[in-house]
Every structure is written in C-alpha cells, then in structure tokens.
Design a protein around this ligand. Structure first.
Ligand code: GLU
Length: 452
C-alpha cells in the first residue's frame, strides 16, 4: 500500500469514529467529511500531521455552551429558546464567528458552521480562531421590542463567555445591525465596559467598520472574478443567478452590477424572482432591509421586467454564473445538473455550505470553477477582523481603505487555494486547495502549542 492509501484508511477510521461520537448531527458530519476527504495528500506528504490526536482534537470543539433563553413577547407570554456558542478552535486567535437566529438552529448546525469557520478564518491570513453561535429563535414577524428583549436575555448569559481577547461574535442569518446593537447594549450594561472589540458588525459611529455590511457579498463576487480571470475571462456582460435576499445576496447583486455583470434573480423561502433587467438593488434593500418584507413585494413593485415564481428552484434560471447566498444545502445534485446543462461557468458560495457534496462533485466533474464558501465568503469575517483592528487602535478607516484591504485578502485567498491545489496534484480544485491551506495553518499552530 502507498503512504497515501494508508493515510486514506486512517482518515476513514477517523470519520467512522466521528460519526459514532456525533449522532444526529448530519450537517456537522457533512462538513467534517468534506474536509477530511481532501486531507489525505497533505497528511501523507507531511508526517507531522499524522501525529496521533491532531485531527481528533481538530474535530472536537474546545468548548460548547448551551443555555436557556427565556423572554416575554408583547402580550406578556413567556417563550423559551435555546442559545448556543461553540468555541471550536483558538489556535490562531480569539474564537471568531457569527450568531445565527433561525428556527432550524440546533447544536449540529452550529458545530458545522463553527468547524467551517476555523478553516475560513485561517484562510484570511488574519489572527482569528473559529467559533459560531446562535439560537432557534425566529425573528420573523417579531416587533423590535420583542427582538430587543430576546437579544438582552441571550446576552445576559452569553456575556460570561465572550470578550475582545476571548470570543468575538458577529452576525449571520437573522442577526444584522439591529440585533448587534441590542446585544452590544446589553453587554456594555452588564459589564460596565466600553469594549468595542467584543462584537463586530456594529453600527457606524459606535465602533462599526465601513464596508462590513457589504463585505461578504462583495468578497464572493471578487472571488468569482478571480476564478474567471484564471480562465482568461472577466465579469463584464455575464449573467448571474443569485439565491437569497438577505445581507449576502444584496451586496452580491450590488457588486456584480458594479463590475458589469447582471444578477437576474433573488429568492426567499416563499419562492424566487426573475428580473430580466437585472435586480434593482435599491428596491430590494427597501423591501428587505427597511420594510423587512418578502421578495414577492419586490416583484409587485418592480413592474413588467420582474416576475415572482412561488416555490420552484432559482437554479432553473439559465446563467453564466451562480452565487448561492441563502443557506446550507440549497443547491443539490439536480440543481447542479440544470446549471451545467445551462452552461454555467463558475459557482461562488456566498452562503455556508450551500452546495451538497453531490452537487460539488458534479460541478467539478463538468469543469465548472467552484469556489467553496470557506474561501469565497471569507470576506465578511475578514472585514470583521479589520473592524477589531480599528477598535483596538481606536480609529476608523475610510471605505476606500477597507475595500482595498478586502480586495487584497480575497485575491490572496484565491491565489493560496489555487497554488495549494496545484501543489497537491489537484489543479483547479478550490475545495482541496481551501481545505488543505486552511488546515496547514491551523495544524501548524496546534502542533507548536502542544497537546491542549
Ligand atoms: N457569519 C459570517 C460568516 O459566516 C461572518 C462571521 C464574522 O464576521 O465573525 O463568516
């Protein structure tokens, strides 16, 4: 047997063990499989990575906090939600990662997100570890006062576990500027500290960084542009299908338009919109961010160029590019087959793990440039780290400076993934490149810091 196949067997054993230890956590197992399956060449090439216990430690969170979040609605009724913070790995810096408020949240979902975050954060080249948190609370249809009471209750417990040098949460699905404001207010009240660097995604004027709201979507488009450049193409004149209509989707659409491409769709859980003229991002912001409405309202107001398709799959719309920017496992094998039939050239994951493993396989086999979320959506957390740097220096940078840094970081991530894939005989495979490059950085730090 070759060294590589011995390594493969060892990794397979490890995966079986991980399955036994984490039953009923399908998303976490999916994320762990996806990474471990690509590590054989690097573990075979560098014996230090085969050290007993290294990968076992990597897949086990350093700390997991689960807590009760009781709160009262506007009618005085008591609700009890569950709160989570998974502090996965701090070898490179304080735990860093968002909070997700969505009814689908459970421990397995938070662990998958936290695990992804370790490698994503490592790829940014900045000093941030990996963590994630959230709650099964559903902010939809709740008044501002209810959301405030929920956030205050959530932070009343969470504050014990976080801090600018310990763990720095931010937003994710269901957590935007409004929620970060309420969370920060409660943290400040309980601790009696102006500790700006404890949360990122803060508002302008009280410690937030310019371009942080835009960063994930902008970064995902910049990653798509870098993949196209590698193939001698650019974004000019390309049609794009974008899913979602939250923060990531909105700024993905905005950046595509700025770089000469045309995003013709957006979606939410009720269906999708096709807009032949290209999605009007200002109208979408008004409907989604100001009014907190649904995408059918966008179609109603937009006029004849747009139509709303209830249910259905946004991936049926033909396009040169696809930027899944909604949620995990939203793009399956069938959708991938449709995209390929329609001639898609590149897929850039703005959301975390939106493509299923079967979809990724199919796209890569068909020669589509595929940018995994760990690399493609790292712009958000990267600008969060820049927000922490500004907070630490008690300064704030111009939008131009932050955007320049973001563009550099995204290009560096692209180059790192591309070169790493080539180094391990997988040219053009950004999944392997991202996993191995992220792994090398974290594993080196873990080895240097001993068995902890
Ligand atoms: N939730 C975002 C992500 O998935 C951002 C995290 C952060 O800014 O800390 O990367």
């Amino acid at each position: 047997m070759t060294t590589r196949s011995v390594t493969r067997t060892t990794l397979d054993h490890l995966l079986t063990e991980i399955e036994h230890r984490n039953p009923a956590q399908p998303e976490f197992l999916q994320a762990a499989h996806e990474v471990l399956e690509t590590l054989a060449p690097v573990v075979a090439a560098r014996p230090e990575y085969a050290e007993p216990g290294l990968i076992e430690r990597l897949v086990e969170p350093e700390r997991q906090v689960l807590f009760r979040v009781p709160w009262q609605d506007d009618k005085g009724r008591v609700h009890v939600n569950r709160g989570f913070r998974v502090e996965f790995n701090s070898a490179l810096g304080p735990y860093k990662g968002g909070l997700r408020f969505h009814p689908s949240v459970n421990l397995g979902v938070i662990k998958f997100l936290g695990f992804e975050q370790i490698f994503k954060n490592a790829l940014t080249g900045l000093g941030i570890g990996g963590g994630k948190g959230g709650s099964d609370f559903d902010p939809h249809g709740r008044s501002d006062a209810e959301v405030m009471r929920f956030c205050q209750s959530f932070m009343t417990e969470l504050h014990r576990h976080i801090g600018e040098h310990t763990d720095v949460p931010a937003g994710d699905i269901g957590v935007g500027g409004r929620e970060i404001g309420y969370l920060f207010g409660q943290y400040r009240r309980i601790t009696n500290r102006w500790e700006a660097g404890v949360l990122t995604g803060k508002g302008q004027g009280w410690g937030g960084s310019l371009i942080r709201p835009e960063a994930t979507g902008y970064g995902s488009v910049l990653f798509a542009a870098a993949m196209l450049r590698e193939r001698g193409e650019d974004l000019e004149g390309q049609t794009a299908v974008v899913s979602g209509s939250g923060n990531v989707a909105i700024y993905t659409i905005e950046k595509l338009a700025a770089l000469g491409a045309n995003a013709v769709t957006c979606s939410d859980s009720s269906g999708y919109v096709v807009d032949e003229k290209g999605v009007d991002v200002e109208l979408l912001k008004q409907v989604k961010e100001v009014e907190r409405g649904r995408v059918d309202t966008y179609a109603e107001r937009r006029g004849s160029s747009a139509r709303f398709v209830p249910g259905g799959s946004v991936w049926d719309v033909p396009a040169d590019l696809a930027l899944p920017s909604a949620t995990q496992n939203e793009l399956d094998e069938n959708a991938a087959a449709t995209l390929v039939r329609n001639g898609v050239k590149a897929v850039s994951e703005g959301a975390n793990m939106p493509a299923t493993p079967e979809a990724v396989h199919l796209l890569q086999k068909a020669g589509v440039a595929f940018g995994p979320g760990k690399a493609a959506n790292a712009g958000g957390v990267a600008v969060s780290a820049l927000e922490m740097a500004q907070n630490h220096a008690r300064t704030s940078w111009t939008a131009a400076k932050v955007e320049e840094e973001l563009a550099d970081i995204m290009n560096n991530i692209h180059t790192t993934c591309h070169e790493t894939a080539e180094r391990y005989d997988a040219p053009g495979d950004y999944v392997t490149g991202a996993n191995i490059a992220g792994f090398e950085r974290v594993a080196d730090a873990m080895l240097a810091q001993g068995v902890i």
